[in-house]
Design a protein around this ligand. Structure first.
Ligand SMILES: Cc1cc2nc3c(=O)[nH]c(=O)nc-3n(C[C@H](O)[C@H](O)[C@H](O)COP(=O)(O)OP(=O)(O)OC[C@H]3O[C@@H](n4cnc5c(N)ncnc54)[C@H](O)[C@@H]3O)c2cc1C
Length: 389
């Protein structure tokens, strides 16, 4: 009888694991089911471009029904609970059994954890990116502020990247001189988490574009009624349009489950084989494990983790031992508005605590490198859906 793999989340980690696994094992031997709450796979790095009007939702989002074309069963439902001892995934409607479970549900935004964050704007999900698009379209001048509520959030460099995109946006609109753009961030420098190889050129470019940065700014409170935010040290910044990343937290079905969560409340997993600590038949990957394994939240990490997870599961089923070892490379195809920039970093040394920073290299910026982002966007969606949608 065919074994059953159930995958929770059709995003970067879950979507790629499903399609990789389908290529490795035929339908007759393995039933693959993907459960997703929103019912789509989104290329989230393009949410910034939804806000600036360079993309429409249908260009960067594929409905999970397309999985049926490559022999994967999609279910649009919200997972409420996992019963690892009896091997069940429980949604509002169903109890779904599995032989192997893969969890890549990303993060939840809990606005209640940071009062006022729900009153501001952001681009960290599709719905909010569309709301911000409307605000930007009607913005004719004033102070734009970009900040983050939690230390961990999806795509660490994106606040500064978006600032450069907005610089270009308002130059094209002909009103750049009427707009002040500020990034207030906990880091000591733009891109500081990647070390000087990336942070030095990025800081220079940000200054050249006339973008203001307030470094070492850890957000303490938002006074939405006064259009003001305040840092841990009491520094206040006023704005006309506030763009603030909401609090990123683990999903309740993980943080409430003692069998699945690690000590920090996020999904348990380990960097070698992505199995959870208590159950060999449950794999965890993507943003949901980032704080547990000590990585940032990035699709490229989920991408390479999916390679390892899919080949490990295929190995268990076929009895082969040729799993792809985890490649801890981070790749960023940044669109800075006026130019593109490609950076790649090996996080191996950082993960082994041998170095404070990843080992990074980057191209200079060039208009030509703006092509990298759309190429990767098409490649990602085609990769998840087997190129047949
Ligand atoms: C604006 C922005 C820019 C970014 N830029 C980059 C970049 O340049 N480079 C890069 O590498 N990364 C980037 N990222 C980060 C990247 O998109 C994420 O790290 C990546 O998508 C994480 O993959 P994941 O599989 O862990 O989660 P996701 O891709 O978030 O997928 C999780 C899926 O699980 C589903 N789900 C959640 N809860 C449930 C539930 N209870 N039941 C069922 N389904 C559920 C969701 O609907 C979702 O489809 C960016 C992100 C954003 C928002």
């Amino acid at each position: 009888m065919a074994k059953k793999v159930v995958i929770v989340g059709a995003g970067a980690g879950g979507g790629l694991t499903a399609s990789r696994l389908r290529k490795l094992i035929p339908k007759e031997e393995l039933e693959i089911t993907v459960i997703d709450r929103d019912g789509t796979t989104d290329f989230q790095p393009s949410y910034t471009m939804i806000s600036t009007g360079n993309r429409s939702p249908d260009q960067i989002s594929t409905p999970i029904e397309h999985f049926t074309k490559i022999g994967i069963k999609p279910i649009k439902a919200e997972v409420k609970e996992i019963d690892p001892k009896n091997r069940y995934v429980i949604t509002g409607e169903e109890k779904i059994g599995y032989d192997v479970l893969v969890l890549s549900p990303g993060v939840k935004f809990d606005y209640g954890k940071f009062p006022g964050s729900d009153k501001l704007f952001h681009f960290w999900d599709m719905h909010s990116a569309l709301k911000l698009r409307q605000q930007l379209a009607g913005f004719n001048g004033g102070r734009i502020l970009i900040s983050v509520t939690t230390k961990l959030y999806k795509c660490p460099p994106v606040p500064w990247e978006m600032a450069m995109m907005l610089d270009h946006y308002f130059r094209m609109k002909g009103i750049r001189d009427k707009v002040e753009i500020t990034v207030a961030h906990w880091a000591p420098k733009p891109f500081a988490m990647f070390g000087p190889t990336l942070s030095e050129p990025a800081t220079r470019w940000i200054e050249e574009r006339g973008i203001k940065t307030i470094n070492n700014f850890t957000l303490r409170s938002i006074q939405a009624d006064k259009n003001e935010i305040t840092s841990e040290t009491g520094e206040s910044v006023k704005f006309d349009l506030g763009i603030v990343a909401p609090p990123h937290l683990p999903h309740d079905f993980i943080s409430n489950n003692d069998d699945l969560r690690s000590e920090n409340g996020w999904l348990s997993s380990n960097i070698d084989n992505f199995r959870t600590s208590k159950f060999d038949d449950i794999y965890g990957l993507g943003d949901a494990i980032a704080p547990t394994v000590g990585l940032g939240m990035a699709g490229v990490f989920a991408h390479f983790q999916a390679d390892t997870v899919a080949t490990l599961i295929a190995g268990d089923i076929t009895g082969s031992y040729s799993a792809v070892p985890y490649n801890s490379l981070g790749l960023c195809a940044a669109d800075l508005g006026h130019a593109g920039w490609i950076a790649y970093c090996d996080f191996g040394g950082k993960l082994r605590n041998q170095s404070p920073f990843p080992d990074c290299r980057s191209t200079g910026k060039s208009v030509l490198f703006k092509l990298a982002h759309p190429i990767y966007e098409r490649y990602f969606l085609a990769n998840v859906y087997g190129g047949w949608y």
